[in-house]
Design a protein around this ligand. Sequence first.
Ligand code: PEP
Ligand code: MG
Length: 585
Amino acid sequence: MVKYKGIVASGGVGIGETYLIREDELFVPKKKIDYSKISREIYRFEEALIKTRRQISSIQEKISKEIGFDHGRIFEAHFLVLEDRMLIEDVIKQIKNNRVNVEYAFSQSIKKYIDTLLKLNDEYLRERVVDIKDIARRVIKVMLKEKSASLINLKNKRVIVAHDLTPSQTADIPKEKVVAFITDVGGRTSHTAIIARSLGIPAVVGLKNISKKINENDKVIVDGFSGTVIVKPSKKIVGDYKKKIAKYSKEIKAAKKPKIGKAVTKDGKQIDVSANIELPEELNLVKKYGADGIGLYRTEYIFLGKRKLPTEEEQYKAYSNVAKKSKPESVIIRTIDIGGDKFLSRPDVPQEMSPFLGWRAIRFCLARPAIFKAQIRAILRASAEGNVKMMFPMISGVEELLKAKKMVSLCKKELSGEKKKFDKNIKIGAMIEVPSAALTADVLAKECDFFSIGTNDLIQYSLAVDRANEKVAYLYEPGHPGVLRLIKNIINGAYGAKIWVGMCGEMSAEPSLAFLLLGLGLDEFSMPPPQVLKIKELIQRVTFKDAQAAAEKALNLSTAKEIEKYLKGRLRKLLDKDFFNFLNI
Ligand code: PEP
Ligand code: MG
């Protein structure tokens, strides 16, 4: 039994066997195979070589056509590796003699191959190591792809283990087959964490190199409350955890008893508590957990992991489906936030040194008017089918907002000309997630209908902490006085222009901070669907007056720890013991 400690990403406890997703590394797990499986593994190897050769040929053809024949020839080294008899025979020998899986055999042979080249006193051959690593990664990817497709055919639900999960990988995983997620990298607001919370699946991230230490099919316990992962647990520990799971589900049922209703404080202030969604399957959860509409519909998933960009028509179908199903509740559709940790894998979107500070979100859209226009037209058309609002991510100053609005006016004009229906008074909002926008909220508020505070980014930019980097996760403090002052400034800016202000960052689902945000005067909270009930019930059990007093006091304290301790103390006093314990703060 081995215990690992990571970062809490999504609550709950999951017990199950692991399923490994390793795509980007040469490291692959070793598995013993039966004698009867030897020929199947050799066949898989041959298949993978053929498929990879086809992939390289088409890339080569494309490059030769677009840039010239000489550039296409850079792949010659790749072909030489794929056809190297010694390498191929070495892999087959390992499968036969050592009875190991083909991915492992291949990675071992490649390592030997690379070591030999590095020892040679030949600059040219040493430089080829990069090509060899590239081709090896491709072959392994082809072999693993084959396996990830088989995730769908698994009989039991599994614990997904990965170095990291890209949003497109996450979108491909059949969620009903997942007991829990664990990853090497990531923080509380990395995308794996957000998705896991949205789906109510336990998750622990930032476990450093756990994906290299765990084997496929290992039994593990994932404790999403304490951030602990226990590999090969004893029977007694499993028994203890099963009791814990039973207790947790009982508490959830008990907490769900009070009717959901609206989130109205004891002294009569009503707050909207809405849900964030990204995947279509989350629509059911929005209703199930009683959310007041959708406060953030992340649209990146329609774009990611596809060869071609989605057309206006495809987008219109997706958005109007959500709008229709949510009617009469409102749906805030956010234009794409590509970049950061959500990449479009297209040759015209280069990888960047600092993607979070680079060509992301509104910057990308304004530089790609055709993509932006198609999305805005689709959102406008969907606004004829329900209560739709539109919002722009990563606004850093008023010029960007005005340019985006100009595009909306242009699209409206076009649609009117084409006699296509849309809501002429559609509300336009800005996400406030860049410190410069937070500080100029009064200026921005005059140019839009609402704000939604994106604390996942606002925290990373104001505290200079990469939200996906586990090494600095200890500095990622939503309750930092610097963050709270920015939020106060945003709310004041909104009030000054008489527009409403919400928050769709994960911070709004942290009970003690939600209490403070209520006191600061936030009008709307939006969060992963499973968190909605808890926050609604919290609002129903306190007074706005108490929250205001607590916010005032908290803003005069000096550190996040002091602030959180103080808020927890207040809630312990104000709430009954059972509900306070249920909040798990
Ligand atoms: C945020 O930044 O708080 C947010 C809600 O957007 P995302 O997590 O998609 O960047
Ligand atoms: Mg953001």
